[in-house]
Design a protein around this ligand. Structure first.
Ligand code: ZN
Length: 159
């Protein structure tokens, strides 16, 4: 079997690299298809539908990619200008945006005093490591904690 690939067109590198991975995961299992569709219905449902049509031979992968590029250009023309270089990070931030919270963070000291009114929420599946340099994803997720410069208002311990 010959793998399906994208053909570079007008600086499509970021799209080609990212969508090649999406195509593999999104079309491999029903579960991943559902995960991607519910993650970001606006972009992902259309993209996966286009991949499905492409798998049937009714359109090309390049057409799927270019439809996404045009949609992203409508959403954010500063980041996704047709024919210009595109950041993979910007692309992933758009594709991995969700309707629901993926992460809630709070600020607290080592004595468990929590700063009120500080609930940082994240509606993206792209989670940055901040200043941490974990040696593995598992270690990072297990110890998902990072110090900040400020001190606790109650005990003056570091936050
Ligand atoms: Zn404290």
């Amino acid at each position: 079997m010959i793998p399906s690939v994208f053909s570079w067109h007008h600086n499509s590198c970021a799209y080609d690299a990212t969508l090649s991975i999406y195509m593999q995961y999104g079309t491999m299992t029903k579960k991943m298809d559902t995960v991607f569709r519910t993650m970001n219905e606006d972009l992902m449902t259309q993209l996966l539908n286009n991949f499905r049509v492409s798998n049937l031979g009714n359109t090309s992968l390049n057409s799927c990619r270019d439809k996404l590029r045009l949609r992203l250009q409508q959403i954010c023309p500063q980041k996704f200008t047709w024919g210009q270089f595109t950041s993979i990070l910007d692309l992933l931030e758009c594709l991995l945006t969700t309707q629901t919270d993926t992460l809630q963070r709070s600020i607290q000291c080592d004595n468990n005093h929590m700063e009120h009114d500080v609930q940082l929420q994240n509606k993206n599946c792209l989670i940055e490591t901040g200043s941490l340099s974990p040696t593995s994803v598992q270690l990072w997720m297990t110890n998902f904690k990072e110090s900040i410069v400020r001190k606790c208002n109650y005990c003056m311990e570091r936050l």
